[in-house]
Design a protein around this ligand. Structure first.
Ligand SMILES: [Ca+2]
Length: 221
């Protein structure tokens, strides 16, 4: 639809007569395909896609939501190894997901329809804060119920719960739970014993936060 609209507006601008109107290119390139994103060594985003036939450059658009509105953030004609077109995003806010799509532009400034939109997030380079508000509550039937507050950082990926196993080896990993699940039920407790717990948060880079406060859970016999 974009290509058609552009072609129509160009038609309206035709010179009146006497020039080589026939040779004017009104055909937009095909929409780019294969848009993909990877996180590079600088923790920035490398977008690559397949070249469109007839294109001389590409416009990159970014939005905060999948359905837009999209704003143009760059033009590129760079290519990556393998001949795909390359755009590196170093400007989006770290830890937030954005949506990206690209268009192909030809020598006559005809613009293709947009590619499929894909999400991308520049990972946080700093660890998340320590999880807050950890409590351990005895559940007489099921075990010890841990609960803590959700971290506020947008790119927390998961939480680790560690517990002191009374085996002389110190604290060890008990479980990992995904973002949004700030609770865990420890069912492998020994009646009549106490267990100690703390929780950490991992961000999108896999960097682990400092530990929460340590709490004790006691399971009666
Ligand atoms: Ca919780």
């Amino acid at each position: 639809m974009w290509g058609k609209g552009l072609a129509d507006s160009l038609t309206a601008c035709h010179p009146a007569s006497g020039t080589s109107v026939v040779s004017k290119d009104h055909t937009a390139p095909t929409a780019p395909t294969g848009l993909a994103v990877t996180v590079n060594q600088s923790q920035d985003l490398d977008f690559t896609w397949n070249p469109s036939v007839g294109a001389v450059s590409y416009d990159v658009y970014r939005a905060e939501r999948a359905d837009g509105p999209f704003s143009k953030v760059a033009e590129t004609s760079s290519t990556s190894t393998g001949g795909r077109i390359l755009y590196e995003d170093m400007t989006s806010q770290r830890g937030y997901t954005y949506w990206y799509r690209v268009t192909a532009v030809d020598a006559a400034a005809n613009q293709s329809a947009p590619s499929t939109a894909v999400p991308g997030m520049r990972p946080s380079v700093n660890p998340a804060g320590r999880p807050q508000g950890l409590t351990a509550t005895n559940d007489r039937h099921d075990g010890i119920a841990l609960d803590w507050a959700d971290n506020s950082e947008p790119d927390v990926r998961e939480y680790r719960t560690d517990h002191f196993a009374n085996t002389g080896t110190g604290f060890g990993l008990l479980a990992t739970v995904p973002k949004g699940t700030s609770e865990y039920l420890d069912t492998a407790v020994n009646p009549g014993s106490g267990d100690y717990y703390y929780v950490t948060a991992l961000n999108s880079s896999g960097t682990e936060s400092g530990p929460s406060t340590v709490v004790e859970g006691f399971h009666p016999s």
